[in-house]
Structures are given as C-alpha cells and as structure tokens.
Design a protein around this ligand. Sequence first.
Ligand SMILES: C[S@@+](CC[C@H](N)C(=O)[O-])C[C@H]1O[C@@H](n2cnc3c(N)ncnc32)[C@H](O)[C@@H]1O
Length: 301
Amino acid sequence: MNENQAWSCYWQDSHLDSCIARSQQQDQQLLMNLWQQFVKNSSPNEHLLDLATGNGSVIHAIHNERQDLNLVGVDYAAISPSTSASEEEIGSVRFMGNTDISALPFKSNSFDYVTSQFGFEYADVKTASKELSRVLKKGGRCQLVIHHPNSEILTSSSKRNDELNWLLEPEGLLVHLTAYIDNNLSADQLDKCGQAYMDKYVGQLTKDVTGQIYQVIGQIISLKEHQGNNELARLTVENLMNRIKAELSRLNQLKAAAMSAENIEELIKLIGLVPESAKMKVLNPFNAPELIFGWLINGRK
Ligand SMILES: C[S@@+](CC[C@H](N)C(=O)[O-])C[C@H]1O[C@@H](n2cnc3c(N)ncnc32)[C@H](O)[C@@H]1O
C-alpha cells in the first residue's frame, strides 16, 4: 500500500478531520477560528485554494463563515468530501482529488489566498512551495498550520504507532487470529494468546486500539464458530490488517512531515512571503509544552 492509497482509504471512510489529537471540540474550535479569522476581511468573489485538503475541513470552516468566496480544495488522494458535507455547501466550492500539490493545475497568480492545515508538509516541500508561490497572486495571503515535532499530535501518534505494530508482530494477536481461521489454532488457544498479549503489554494497551480490535475478534469468532462462515471471517481479518497497515503508513508520514523552527524559516523564504508580513508562531493554546498544537505561518506574497 503506497502513501496515497493509505489516505484514500481514510477519506473514503467519510472522515472530515484528521490530526486532531483528542478529537475534541476545543481543537476543532481553535482551527475553525483560525480559518474564519483569516478570511474575515476578504472581498466577495475572491479565490481561495486549500492545499492537501483531505475531505475539506478548512473549506467547510471557511464556507460556514463566508459563502461569497470561491473555494477550491485539492488533494492527491481519492477524497470523498461530499459525503461529509451537506449538499448546499457545495455551491461555490470545488474539490479536486488526484491532484498533487507539487504540480498544481492552475494558472500563475490565480488565487488571493492559499491555505493548508496539516497537509502541505506531507508533500515535497521545495516543489510544493514553488507551486504555492506561483499560484498565489502578488499581495495575496497565505496561512498554513504545520506539524510541530513536539506536538501532542505527534506524541499520541507515536504511542498509537507502537500499539498497532505490536498487533502485527510475530507473536501479535493478528498472526494468531489468522492461524485460528486457518484451523492451526483452537478457540481456546486463541483465547490464551489473547491473555498472554494483554499480560505482555499490561498498562500500555488502549481501549481505542486494542479495545476495538477485541471487538472485531469477537465478530470473527462468531462468524467462524456460530455461522460457519470462514470465508467472511478471513475477509474480515484481511480488511482489518489492511486498515492497520494504512494507518501505520499515515502515522509514519505524519512523523516525517513535522517541521523544526529552521525548516519553517526556510519555508517562509521558499514561498517568498514578504519578510515584514511573515509571522510564524507555535500554537500552544493551553500554554503547556505537552499540549503544543502545531506551527502557524501567515504572511503576504
Ligand atoms: C493529515 S491530512 C490533512 C487533511 C486536511 N487538510 C485536514 O486538515 O483534514 C494530510 C493530507 O495530505 C495529503 N497529501 C499528502 N501529500 C500530498 C501531495 N503531494 N499532494 C496533495 N495532497 C497530499 C494526503 O492525501 C492527506 O489528505
């Protein structure tokens, strides 16, 4: 599974957001305010481009505030934005999947605003910066929210990454589950393996990951033991494994995407923001180092 497929798989599941560490209203509100403030003084019919838009959370936040702007969201994955937006929201809004932000299909100087939320930094930053700069009008404004290496999102993702990897290791639950479906392990033995796994990682397993996996394992056992449907049980395990691999790919991409302060300074130069207008700051709304949210870059070309 390549990086693009890992995201396509995610967006086809109708998610609207990604990278909101606690998936909490506070985080969503913080982002929503940032985007709505950004376009507060824009003029009707101006054009805004959101890079690596996913299922369009930035576009939706802006559209909620301003329906008189032309909004375009692009992403290289096979996105599915309409499933997470109400039909009437699609008016002056255009989404384009299968579009690499390192090769944008737009004329130079065509946008008044360019935005990105935890997306731009996943691409080849040098090429994507050139493209951003090319399509942004002179005097146009850009705002990016970028992953910070010490953010809460990175810390929680790293723990999730460990837990998902444990499931796939040779003595991990999913290997035993496959053996059970192939009749190489009895239900009793599978149960013992499950117990051993819990003992090995006691205190480190979460409801969110292992809890959900146990639920699926319960369904698989029921398919095999009560319904005798081995084929569906096998497909369910395959599907589970693919989803875990896709998430591991996304988590690795996230880790690689995080940018240091030096990277951010370099990025501002690459985009060509007017130095006096360019601002970079660490978003840390709770003033707690362990709750850093990310970088905010804002400026004029
Ligand atoms: C963490 S998600 C963020 C999505 C969205 N901005 C949001 O906040 O929900 C990162 C996105 O970057 C996209 N992406 C990564 N590399 C890309 C590239 N070269 N061109 C376009 N999109 C890219 C992925 O497909 C994914 O949708």
